[in-house]
Design a protein around this ligand. Structure first.
Ligand SMILES: Nc1ncnc2c1ncn2[C@@H]1O[C@H](COP(=O)(O)OP(=O)(O)OP(=O)(O)O)[C@@H](O)[C@H]1O
Ligand SMILES: [Mg+2]
Length: 356
């Protein structure tokens, strides 16, 4: 995994509003509750709040409340003294103390066990707590930022989350919308990630445009920003250079785009023509048309997992015509090639294993 850059990118109203909110609240000490689906950027926002605050030179300590077993979480958050429980062989400070002077980021706060919610409520009110097994009260100066993908208000109504804690946390709410609800951010994010991964790898993949961008825009991105980030990383690494083709996109994205296209003759509209300008020296029309034909045939085979029936349907041609064309090209299936039946320089259908 390449490094994700920490700047928050987006031109949608929602992201612009979040950026303004970050500026306003960074200067304060108020508790922040960031909500949004997985992959929307909650952690990135928490980090931005810390980095813009006067606490930036102090640590930001992250605790993933959902990832630490509940019996260990209390010791993790508040520390313990030697002998407090089996295995507590020495005094150990908790994350709240480690974050002193800085920010503590309580991720997946919705998973915090009810018993610990009481203790956290007191910390929010007084900034005081005791380590497990100790009667000494510790006081810390910590900014609290919490995040969750759960609807905490609903959880509070169902008595799964303490209502008083919810209100204490929700002083400054930051709601991060799903990527599908701010589609104007898709292009800028895609460009941002392509540039970032090109820089990190020294590769030179062109940022998608035209039809590819239309396909990316028409997709719903259930994984939110993490999904285009992973996809662009994969495209940059696997392609290395050049432009992204529709055939490079994972099947689910392509499918979605293809479904949205007007049905009919299957002919290209003018804007979909390959953008080639006729050079003054002329062209070998037959060779170019053949290359284009092969390009589409390869895509159809890749997309259907080499199923010639379905590929011929996609190309609106007879199966026999398709098979004849493949035979003429000496085209082989990847399976035949893998089995070592044919030389390496024979063309094969591209594999379609780009999905993430
Ligand atoms: N607006 C954005 N600009 C640039 N990168 C972003 C943006 N939003 C999210 N990312 C990137 O997307 C990835 C997911 O973001 P992040 O980890 O902050 O999401 P999250 O909401 O905390 O997800 P989860 O709920 O799964 O923990 C990260 O690599 C982050 O850098
Ligand atoms: Mg997160």
């Amino acid at each position: 995994m390449l490094n994700a850059q920490s700047s928050l990118v987006g031109e949608s109203q929602a992201i612009q509003e979040i950026l303004r909110t970050i500026e306003k609240i960074a200067a304060t000490e108020s508790t922040v509750l960031i909500t949004g689906e997985s992959g929307t950027g909650k952690e990135l926002i928490a980090r931005a709040i810390h980095e813009k605050s006067a606490r930036a030179s102090q640590p930001m300590i992250t605790v993933n409340c959902g990832a630490i077993p509940s019996e260990l979480l209390e010791a993790e958050l508040f520390g313990h003294v030697k002998g407090a429980f089996t295995g507590a062989t020495a005094n150990r400070i908790g994350r709240f103390e480690a974050a002193n002077g800085g920010t503590i980021f309580l991720d997946e706060i919705g998973e915090l066990p009810l018993a610990l919610q009481v203790k956290l409520l007191r910390v929010l009110q007084t900034k005081q707590f005791e380590a497990i097994g100790s009667s000494k009260t510790i006081e810390v100066d910590v900014r609290i930022v919490a995040a969750t993908n759960r609807d905490l208000e609903e959880a509070a109504r169902k008595k799964e989350f303490r209502e008083d804690l919810y209100y204490r946390l929700n002083v400054i709410p930051v709601k991060v919308p799903n990527l599908r609800d701010r589609k104007s951010d898709i292009a800028i994010l895609v460009n941002h990630f392509i540039t970032q991964f090109n820089t990190q790898t020294g590769h030179n993949v062109e940022a998608p445009s035209g039809e590819i961008m239309n396909a990316l825009n028409s997709y719903d991105w259930p994984g939110n920003v993490r999904e285009p980030e992973n996809l662009m990383e994969r495209l940059v690494i696997l392609k290395g250079q050049g432009t992204v083709d529709l055939g490079d996109l994972p099947h689910r994205i392509f499918q979605r785009y293809a479904e949205g296209q007007p049905q009919g003759t299957g002919a290209l509209s003018e804007w979909e023509f390959p953008r080639m300008v006729l050079p003054n020296s002329g062209v070998n029309l037959k060779a170019i048309v053949e290359a284009f034909e092969n390009h589409l045939i390869d895509q159809a085979l890749a997309r259907t997992g080499n199923n010639k029936n379905r590929a011929s349907e996609l190309l609106m041609m007879n199966r026999t015509t398709l098979v004849e064309k493949l035979r003429k090209r000496g085209m082989i299936t990847p399976a035949a090639k893998k089995a070592g039946m044919l030389p390496n320089n024979m063309p094969t259908a591209p594999s379609n294993d780009m999905s993430i």
